[in-house]
Design a protein around this ligand. Structure first.
Ligand code: FES
Ligand SMILES: [Fe+2]
Length: 406
C-alpha cells in the first residue's frame, strides 16, 4: 500500500511525525498497517472501504454472544470468601464451586460431585479440599477422592478421575479464575493477569503496595467488548462527558499491541490551555500531555490510568459475559500506598475512594446508552480508529464456546 500518498497533516494528527517514519513503522508494525488501512477508509476509496466492511461483516469474537476469550475473568471480591467457606459460581457457562482452604488459598473446582451430582457448595471445606454434603465423600486440593466414609477402610478409595480444577489468583481485591482447566500437576496458568503498568514492577522497580476500594457490580445487556468501547471512544467524551473532555485538546488515543491478549491505548494530546482547569493542572504534567491511558486485557478487563503526575488515579473495570449475552462488571479503584508513617495507608484509601467518585461520574454518564445499545458501526469516522484497532485485536484472540448446557 502506498503510504506516501497520505497527506502528512493527516498522519501527524495521529501522532506520527513524518511520512518516512510512518513508512518504517508500517513495515515493522502490523498494528500500524491497520491504521494506514483505516486512513485509506477515510480517504474514501471503495477498495479500502470494503476492507473495513470485511472486518466488520465477518466478526467471530467481537460482539458474539456464543463465545468468550480464553483467559482470566473476575469471579468475586476476595473479602466475600472467608477461610473455610465455599460457594457456587457460574462463569461463562461453567458451573464452579469456589472455596478458600484453611491456609487461606482459594481453589476453583467443577461444581458437581462425581458420585451423584450434589453441588459442592452444600458441602464443607476440609483442610485444602472439600467434603460433599450428600454422602460425605472427600476430595483433596488436587481433586483426588481421598475418602468414601461408608466403605470399609480397605476400599476407601475408588479409581476415578480427579475433579476438574481451574487456576485461581487474587489481585487488586478480586478473585480471578482462568477459563482453562488445570492439567495434572499444574497449579496455575502462564497467561498474565490483568495489571497496571505502574504497579507491575517493570524495569526492576519494586512493586508498590497498593490500596484499593472495590465498588459495586454493574450489569449491561450487551457484550463486554461493547461495554469496553466506552473508555476508548474519544468521540463520545465531547458529548457525554463534556466536563472531562474540556481538559484536553481532543483525545488522541494511539493503539499499541502489548501481547496477543493485551492492547494499550495511550493519549498523545496536550492539555487544553483554554480551560481554567487545564491551565491550573498544566504544571503537574511532565510530558505536557493529558495522562489518559488504558490497558485492555482479554477484551474484557480495562486498567485505566488518569490524572496529573502528583496524583494519578487508577480504575480497574473487569467484565465477564453472561449466558444471556449481557455483561457483569465490577469496578475497583486503586492508589499506591504513600510513604508516610501510619497515615500513608489511609490517605491511599481516601484517594482510592475519591477515584471511585470519578469512576461514578463516567459510569453514570452513559449508563442508559449501554443499557439499550445495539452495536453496529456502519459509518466510522477517524475518531473511531481506536475502536477499530480494539476490534481487530479482539478478533485475533483465542476463544472458547460458551457452554449453554444444551
Ligand atoms: S453426591 Fe457427593 S458424595 Fe454422593
Ligand atoms: Fe463514557
Amino acid at each position: 500500500m502506498a503510504l506516501g500518498i497520505l497527506p502528512t497533516k493527516v498522519l501527524y494528527t495521529l501522532g506520527y511525525k513524518s511520512g518516512h517514519e510512518v513508512a518504517c513503522r508500517a513495515v515493522s508494525n502490523t498494528g500500524f498497517k491497520a491504521i494506514a488501512t483505516f486512513l485509506m477508509v477515510q480517504i474514501n476509496t471503495e477498495e479500502m472501504r470494503s476492507d473495513y466492511m470485511a472486518l466488520m461483516s465477518d466478526l467471530k469474537v467481537f460482539n458474539n454472544a456464543e463465545v468468550a476469550i480464553k483467559g482470566w475473568y473476575w469471579a468475586l471480591p476476595s473479602k466475600e470468601l472467608k477461610k473455610g467457606k465455599i460457594q457456587g459460581l457460574k462463569l461463562l457457562g461453567l458451573d464452579l464451586a469456589i472455596y478458600r482452604g484453611e491456609s487461606g488459598k482459594v481453589y476453583a473446582i467443577e461444581a458437581y460431585c462425581p458420585h451423584m451430582g450434589a453441588h459442592f457448595k452444600e458441602g464443607s471445606v476440609e483442610k485444602e479440599g472439600v467434603q460433599c454434603a450428600f454422602h460425605g465423600w472427600k476430595f483433596d486440593e488436587k481433586g483426588e477422592c481421598i475418602d468414601i466414609p461408608c466403605l470399609s477402610s480397605s476400599k476407601k478409595q475408588l479409581k476415578m478421575s480427579p475433579l476438574k480444577r481451574y487456576a485461581v489468583a487474587e489481585k487488586y481485591g478480586l478473585i480471578w479464575v482462568n477459563t482453562e482447566p488445570l492439567l495434572e500437576g499444574e497449579t496455575t496458568k502462564q497467561a498474565p493477569l490483568p495489571e497496571f503498568k505502574d504497579f507491575a514492577g517493570l524495569d526492576g522497580e519494586k512493586k508498590p503496595e497498593v490500596e484499593y476500594v472495590v465498588g459495586g457490580r454493574t450489569f449491561r445487556p450487551c457484550r463486554p467488548e461493547v461495554v469496553m468501547l466506552n473508555a476508548i471512544d474519544a468521540h463520545h467524551f465531547n458529548t457525554v462527558h463534556p466536563e472531562a473532555s474540556s481538559l484536553a485538546k481532543g483525545l488522541n488515543l494511539v493503539p499499541k499491541i502489548l501481547s496477543s491478549n493485551a492492547i494499550r491505548l495511550e493519549n498523545e494530546s496536550a492539555l487544553n490551555s483554554d480551560s481554567l482547569l487545564g491551565k491550573l493542572l498544566m504544571p503537574f504534567y511532565r510530558k505536557g500531555n493529558l495522562t489518559y491511558f488504558l490497558d485492555y486485557w482479554y477484551a474484557s478487563t480495562g486498567a485505566v490510568t488518569l490524572g496529573p503526575d502528583f496524583m494519578k488515579l487508577y480504575l480497574l473495570f473487569p467484565h465477564r459475559p453472561t449466558l444471556d449475552g449481557g455483561t457483569e462488571g465490577i469496578m475497583v479503584f486503586l492508589s499506591p500506598k504513600l510513604n508516610i508513617p501510619f497515615f500513608g495507608k489511609w490517605i491511599a484509601k481516601f484517594i482510592a475512594w475519591l477515584t471511585g467518585v470519578v469512576g461514578g461520574y463516567f459510569e453514570r454518564g452513559d449508563r442508559n446508552i449501554f443499557m439499550s445499545i445495539n452495536f453496529s458501526m456502519k459509518a466510522p469516522i477517524k475518531a473511531d480508529l481506536p475502536i477499530i484497532e480494539f476490534i481487530r485485536h479482539t478478533e485475533n484472540q483465542e476463544f472458547l464456546l460458551i457452554n449453554r448446557g444444551k
